[in-house]
Design a binder for this molecule. Structure first.
Ligand SMILES: NC(=O)c1cnc(OC2CCCC2)nc1N
Length: 327
């Protein structure tokens, strides 16, 4: 195969693999067998080995980085990653609603309710459409640069369909199935077990060797746009739809309501349905949908006045095998 043909074949394979990755990791609806997928990856790897100057950072062969890092660099977030105020019962939600309506001079309010994923908050930066940097939340202002570990998560696009410069926030997590499988493997190797999926996701992303992170099945749900170049987005729900169009994994269980009593019904329904989910949640996040109204409400010293986290009552404390992450 000559150079020109190789270049065309590499472009075609990257496109096909990206499509199939989205079907598998984002839509949870694979269109081809694992063997066919592996076959395409092998063909792409062989071509890139023959034509090394044709390897680009967004190639799926570049997800698992090089050498283990000696430590993680610090990153200062362009906009702080805020913490959320908590609500523990329905009346706390009614109080939140009262504060919001007072703050808005009794305008009508639309709320977006999202499942509160019990994972690790991460921030992803894209420049001209390329994934360039990813960080943990840290203390909200400064996090750790875990870019090479985040690159191994298949639901994180390495390149967006448009050359956008933006930051997004979301939760990295491990599904209940992946968590059980990982602990089974660790038990067989007589290694310490993880207490819960959240700890295993955090422990995996804190690994200095990207090959270890790549061996852990991690997922993401993206739930917020940080800064974004130029584009006009007026509401949180619009932002989530935009994130879906860009190929991010966005949780489908979100709903909008115009009354807090409807929000309370929705929260109650998920308190019951929670065990059916394939991943762990520890509550619901309720946000004022309109960005103009979010702007008007502003922030307290550390949390937005336009959002609150309703925390589910802790599931009956079950004896968990103690865990410590062996580095
Ligand atoms: N764990 C979650 O699923 C989650 C966490 N946080 C937020 O939103 C915060 C972010 C900035 C203001 C509100 N949404 C979520 N879905």
């Amino acid at each position: 195969m000559d150079r020109m043909a190789a270049e065309q074949q590499i472009i075609k394979l990257k496109k096909r693999i990206e499509e199939e990755s989205r079907h598998y990791y984002i839509e949870d609806n694979p269109q081809i067998t694992d063997q066919e997928y592996d076959q395409m990856m092998r063909e792409l790897q062989d071509l890139e080995d023959q034509w090394p100057d044709m390897v680009s950072p967004d190639s799926p062969t570049q997800r698992v980085g090089g050498m283990p890092l000696p430590f993680f660099e610090k990153i200062v977030h362009t906009t702080p990653m805020l913490s959320l105020g908590n609500a523990f019962d329905e009346n706390d939600l009614r109080d939140f609603d009262r504060r919001v309506r007072q703050g808005l001079g009794n305008q009508s309010v639309r709320y977006v309710c999202e499942l509160k994923i019990d994972g690790l908050a991460v921030s992803l930066r894209y420049e001209n459409g390329l994934f360039v940097k990813g960080a943990t939340r840290g203390d909200g202002t400064t996090g750790e640069d875990i870019t090479q570990n985040l690159r191994t998560i298949r639901s994180i696009p390495l390149r967006l369909p448009e050359p956008i410069t933006m930051e997004v926030r979301g939760e990295a997590f491990m599904s209940k199935f992946a968590f059980d499988r990982l602990n089974k493997e660790r038990a067989e190797r007589e290694e310490a077990l993880f207490a819960n999926p959240r700890n295993s996701a955090a422990g995996s992303l804190r690994q200095l060797d990207p090959k270890i992170a790549a061996s852990r099945t991690l997922s993401t749900f993206i739930y917020q746009i940080g800064e974004i170049d130029g584009r006009q987005i007026d509401s949180h729900s619009e932002g989530l739809t935009f994130l879906e169009q860009l190929g991010f994994s966005v949780n489908q269980e979100r709903r909008t309501f115009d009354e807090i009593e409807e929000v309370i019904q929705f929260v109650q329904s998920w308190t019951i349905k929670r065990p059916e989910l394939s991943y762990e949640i520890d509550g619901m996040v309720i946000k004022v949908d309109s960005f103009a109204q979010q702007q008007e409400l502003g922030f307290t010293a550390k949390s937005p006045r336009w959002a609150i986290a309703y925390k589910f009552p802790a599931e009956e404390a079950v004896t968990q095998l103690k865990d410590i992450e062996v580095s």
